[in-house]
Design a protein around this ligand. Structure first.
Ligand SMILES: [Zn+2]
Length: 398
């Protein structure tokens, strides 16, 4: 069975080239559309004939539609093209440290339905979490009247590292080498994708949030745990890497961290660390709310007046500023985005102090070009980030 290797290689090369061209045009329309065929030609470097062919195929497949006419100076008006939101639907799952949230989105990431389940145990059993994920997918698809089998894919963001074989290391959940993908796959009809939640959140902020147009953005995920993704905008999409930023040391011999070390950033700016510090402050009134998110909301209200709550917020802002300054001196980003539920809750009151600390602790010429902003994706941010995983696969495959 020797076949004809030359012919086969030519076939594969043509197919690869066609896929690459489709991926270029589709990614451009998805990330920066609407655009005319003329714009696409300039943005992708493809010939007019190739762009026309690719667009005809994308329209026939239902991915792209015409979106009106654009006047061009003196010449014929140009037809604008855009991606069709109704082409596909995706689910995104946020495995948080206090809850599981599932979102159903169209493939342009507009929210169609959400479901949230509180997590009772500090260190939940993987099978129990898998059950919540399946229940969430059933709930959101039923709410939106979508057949779960027809989803483009399900993306899952976990607060830890995902190895290529799907095993998860998540110290915050008490998981070491948990085969979570293998546990979920038989329960989910659509293709399953899994990645670290800071990384997927970074991708979402770059595509649809505060990272749009940035060259190199650092997207910080502030919650009970603290993580960051370094996202680089590139014409073909976004590539990002995650760092264990929360466990970099900001105070030698400092506060005990749940990782076993002392003086980690997370031990000063993680939600539970902030609450613990407030409770240890002399004169602090006891918080009446139950639940970490509710207690942080209560702290934010109390911080409007001078006193232990305001002092706690100021101290956390100082350490967060130090953590950001270290990233600026290392990586020189043009934008730093604070995302995740804790940023949404605490960000508005602490942002000026964080900015001040960031400038004091970084080199002037490194920080001069860096903008500090709050994320723009709201409370569904992490679920939305997870939903970018199947979409990314589609854009790459064309
Ligand atoms: Zn640590």
């Amino acid at each position: 069975m020797r076949g004809c290797p030359v012919k086969r290689d030519v076939g594969r090369t043509t197919r690869d080239l066609r896929r690459h061209n489709r991926s270029s045009v589709l990614s451009k329309l998805y990330l920066h559309g609407p655009a005319s065929r003329f714009d696409l030609m300039h943005a992708t470097g493809l010939s007019s004939a190739t762009v026309s062919n690719v667009v005809t195929g994308l329209v026939a497949d239902g991915l792209v539609a015409e979106a009106g006419l654009l006047d061009s100076d003196g010449g014929r008006p140009r037809t604008l093209l855009e991606v069709r939101p109704g082409y596909a639907r995706v689910a995104g799952v946020d495995i948080g440290e206090t809850h599981v949230q599932v979102g159903l989105f169209d493939w342009t990431l507009d929210t169609l339905a959400t479901a949230t389940y509180p997590m009772d145990a500090r260190h939940p059993e993987p099978a129990v979490l898998a059950g919540l994920v399946t229940a969430g997918i059933e709930e959101v698809t039923a709410k939106a009247g979508v057949d779960p089998v027809r989803l483009l894919g399900v993306g899952v963001g976990v607060p830890g590292a995902v190895l290529p074989d799907g095993q998860v290391h998540a110290p915050t959940l008490g998981w070491s080498g948990v085969p979570f993908a293998a546990l979920l796959r038989p329960r989910i009809a659509a293709p399953l994708h899994m990645d670290n939640c800071a990384r997927t959140l970074g991708q979402a902020e770059m595509w649809r949030g505060a990272g749009r147009g940035a060259e190199r953005a650092i997207v910080a995920l502030l919650a009970v745990g603290v993580g960051a993704a370094v996202a680089t905008g590139s014409p073909s999409g976004v590539t990002s890497t995650t760092s264990e930023w929360g466990h970099t040391i900001v105070q030698a011999g400092g506060a005990a961290c749940r990782c076993g070390s002392y003086g980690c950033l997370e031990a000063y700016v993680g939600a539970e660390a902030i609450l613990r510090h407030y409770e240890d402050t002399p004169g602090a009134a006891a918080l009446t709310a139950t639940g970490v998110e509710e207690q942080i909301a209560e702290l934010v209200v109390a911080a409007a007046r001078p006193g232990p709550a305001a002092d706690t917020v100021r101290r956390s802002a100082e350490y967060l500023g130090i953590g950001i300054a270290n990233l600026i001196n290392l990586l020189s980003p043009d934008r730093v985005i604070l995302s995740g539920w804790l940023s949404m809750s605490l960000g508005p009151v602490m942002l000026p102090a964080v900015h001040d600390a960031m400038r004091r602790h970084s080199l002037d010429y490194m920080a001069a070009g860096t903008r500090l902003e709050l994320g723009r994706l709201g409370q569904d941010a992490v679920a939305l980030g997870a939903a970018t995983l199947p979409v990314h696969e589609l854009l790459t495959a064309g």
